[in-house]
Each structure stands twice: as C-alpha cells, then as structure tokens.
Design a protein around this ligand. Structure first.
Ligand code: AMP
Ligand code: GLY
Length: 415
C-alpha cells in the first residue's frame, strides 16, 4: 500500500511512525512533512489546504490511501477532492468536518442526537453575551465560533476578560462550565462502524498546575488509570453512535477520526468538543501503544469496511509525551533557534526545520515532543522527561507535571 500523509506537525510524525511500522506499507510520502518525518517518509511540498493540489499529488504519487492530519485541509474539502479521484482518504468530508469547524453546528448535532454536553448559547452581540454570562455565572466559558486551532477558548472567572474575548471574536458560544477531569477519546469510524482507541488526557494550559493561557496541548498520557470502568462503552453508546447516526440522517456521514473531548463530571461524561481529526499531542501516546497495523485500520475506515476489521490490539503499559515549546509560546513564539539532542528515537518533531548544512532549528510554537512508553505510567513519565532533558533549545519551556497527578493517584471524578 502506498500512503500519503498530509500535514507536518507532531501528530503527523506520530502517524508516519505508525504507518511506516505497518508491513503492508510499501511507500510512505508526507506533504509537507518535517525533518523528523523525513527519516521515515519521502517529503513533498504541497499547499495542504488546496484540495486540487493535494488530490493531484495523491494521483502523482500513486497513493492507495491518503491520511489527512490537520483540521484546516479537512474543512477545506481535501478529503472530498481525493475521493473524487477514486483514492481512499482517511478524513471526513468538508460537510462532516463542520463538527469541528463550527461550534454552533456541533451543538446542533449534539442536541438533535441527545448527546450530553454543556448548555450553551451562540451570541453575536454584547447584550446576548452578557445575558448568557449572567445565566451561567463564573467560571465563564467563551468560545470562538470558528476554527481556532485549539486557542479560541477562554475559561475565566474574570467577567471583563470573558467579555473582551467575546468582542474580539465577534460570534461566540457561551456555555456552562463543566467540572471534572478531561478525557480525549479518539474513535476510528467509516461512518457506521466505530472502533475506540485508548482514552488519553492532554494538558491544554501552558503552565504547571494548569495555569496560564490555553495552548494546542503541552503533553499527554495514556491510558487513564483513574478512568471509571465502562467509560469507553458509555461514551460509545451515549455519544459516538448517536452522533454518527445523526450525521448519516443529515446525509453527511462522518468517516475518519472523531475526537471526543469530554469532562467526566459528577453527572457522568459530558462532551466539551468534537474534533474531526487526531488530537495533538494525544496521538503521540495513543499510537505508541497501538499494536494493530495502522495503515490497515485507517484503510478500512476509508473504504467502509471497518465492520470486518479485527478488534484492536494494544501494548501493555503506558505512554507519556512532553511538549518542548519555543520561547514566547503561545502568545508569540520565537523561531529559528538551534536544536540539539533531537535526532533520537522517541523525539517527535513538530515545528522544526533543517538548514542545508544539517542544522536543526525551531520553526513553530510547539517544537518537539519527548515520547516514551514504559511498563507503567511512572516509568513512561520518567523516560519521556529523560528525553526532554537532553534536548537543547535556547529559551524553550515545557511543563514539569505531565501525568504527575495520575501517577500519584490524585485524579478523582467528582461524586
Ligand atoms: P475546546 O477548544 O472547546 O476544547 O476548549 C479548550 C479547553 O477549554 C478544554 O480542553 C477545556 O479545558 C476548557 N473548556 C472548554 N469548554 C469547557 C466547559 N464547558 N467547561 C469547562 N472547561 C471547558
Ligand atoms: N490536543 C488538543 C487538540 O488536538 O485539539
């Protein structure tokens, strides 16, 4: 199988590592890729949000499967354009990707499907925003009603901050605050059959102890030793299958990766958000534990044959990833700094580039992730931090508490 991966971040590096480990893969091409991906794939340039350009590249490289990593190409219709050439694409149509692209659309689908989620109002002016903030009270949750790469959400007890965010965004969703630990559950689906991956947890705030602004994600671990038994079955029954059924009913089935972001509240799991793609950096840990060949799995989802796919197999133990971020991330990341200690197993590249002379430099906010597995979470965590310690990048920062509460048994579901 010849596989083309679209994207060039840490998630795509993790996908490329998984795909290259599948014996059925005879050629792996990544566009645009990054210097880490270059070790396992042939890199090609492409304007990844240009559906015609990606489809043409898929034809040119003779792809049997195109795996689309980030949300922007999906929302732009890249999967549709690839499928129109008769090539299987792993990723939803533009219509179905609206589950991520529009918070209002996602809330409509959840309401129609009876999916448990936070109560919410879409607000486009100061008056309706104020009324919604009054009704729910602090902490306030205000979300940009469009694609914001994980950075369009403000959760704050400061009313003025909430109001300013609403004004800056124009159209927002104001919603009820959900208290409880968060879970990222990834589900591979062909629109009808659906296979859950291991639940993971990511760390959205930039600072230790969940302080500072939201980011794209500063680290992750899987599986979740504290998760209530039956959690995944419950989410499949109450969230995933009703949502897939509603998308089919609308004539826009969702096929690809449904990312369910949940809060485990006293009343049970509640959906915080849907994404239409693998999460970053949770993918780094989830795929590190997947034993089932990845290309075969994604190909089955892309060709509507997932019901016939064997059950997934997982490695024992746990995985942890720690993101190394550039100075100034998330507000204003500095790029162009020299990186050392990165060319080794377990170091996943996100925002990196390589000079002609081989020097590795930072090229984005989230630069690298140290990813490791171990017989248990504590061992995986130690190994991931050992990788991070050996990375040299001037001004960089990382969280020091990734998976620490889970290792110490300090995570509890509110009663
Ligand atoms: P989102 O982009 O919707 O995932 O939001 C980013 C982060 O904001 C989430 O991972 C949560 O940490 C937080 N968040 C979003 N919505 C809520 C909510 N209704 N209650 C509590 N926290 C939330
Ligand atoms: N890790 C959060 C996301 O991918 O949106």
């Amino acid at each position: 199988m010849r596989v083309l991966v679209v994207g060039g971040g840490g998630r795509e590096h993790a996908l490329a590592l998984g795909l290259s480990g599948d014996p059925a893969v005879t050629a792996l091409i990544a566009a645009p890729g990054n210097p880490g991906i270059a070790a396992v794939a042939e890199l090609r340039e492409v304007a990844s949000t240009d559906p015609a350009a990606v489809a043409a590249l898929a034809v040119e490289v003779g792809a049997d499967l195109v795996v689309i990593g980030p949300e922007a190409p999906l929302v732009a219709g890249v999967a549709d354009a690839v499928r129109a050439k008769g090539i299987p694409a792993f990723g939803p149509s533009a219509e179905a990707a609206r589950l991520e692209g529009s918070k209002t659309f996602a809330k409509d689908v959840m309401t129609a499907a009876g999916v448990p989620t936070a109560r919410a109002y879409t607000c486009a002016d100061q008056e309706s925003t104020g009324a919604a903030l009054d009704e729910f009270g602090p902490p306030y949750v205000v979300k940009n009603d469009g694609l914001a790469a994980g950075k369009g959400v403000v959760v704050t007890t400061d009313r003025a901050v909430a109001e300013r965010h609403a004004q800056d965004c124009g159209r927002v969703v104001v919603e009820e605050y959900l208290a409880g630990p968060e879970v990222s559950l990834f589900v591979v689906t062909d629109g009808e059959a659906a296979l859950p991956l291991l639940p993971a947890q990511d760390f959205k705030r930039v600072g230790d102890g969940d302080t500072g602004p939201n980011t794209g994600g500063m680290g992750a671990y899987a599986p979740l030793p504290w998760a209530p038994p039956g959690l995944v079955d419950e989410v499949m029954r109450d969230v995933v299958h009703p949502t897939l059924a509603e998308m089919r009913r609308r004539g826009t089935p969702f096929a690809g990766l449904l990312y369910v972001g949940l809060a485990i509240t006293a009343a049970g799991p509640r959906v915080i958000e849907f994404n239409a793609r693998f999460g970053d950096p949770e993918t780094q840990v989830v795929l590190a534990l997947l034993e089932t060949p990845l290309a075969g799995l994604l190909h089955a989802a892309a060709t509507g044959t997932l019901a016939a796919h064997p059950p997934l197999r997982w490695r024992d133990g746990a995985a942890v990833t720690v993101v190394v971020a550039a100075e100034g991330y998330p507000a204003a990341p500095r790029t162009g700094d020299v990186i050392t200690g990165a060319d080794r197993a377990g170091v996943i590249h996100a925002g990196t580039r390589r000079d002609a002379d081989g020097t590795l430099r930072s090229a984005g906010g989230r630069v690298l992730c140290g990813t490791a597995t171990g017989p248990d979470l504590a061992a995986a965590r130690d190994a991931a931090y050992a990788l991070v310690r050996d990375i040299g990048l001037a001004g960089s920062h990382h969280r020091t508490d990734i998976a620490a509460d889970a290792v110490a048994g300090r995570i509890t579901v509110p009663a």
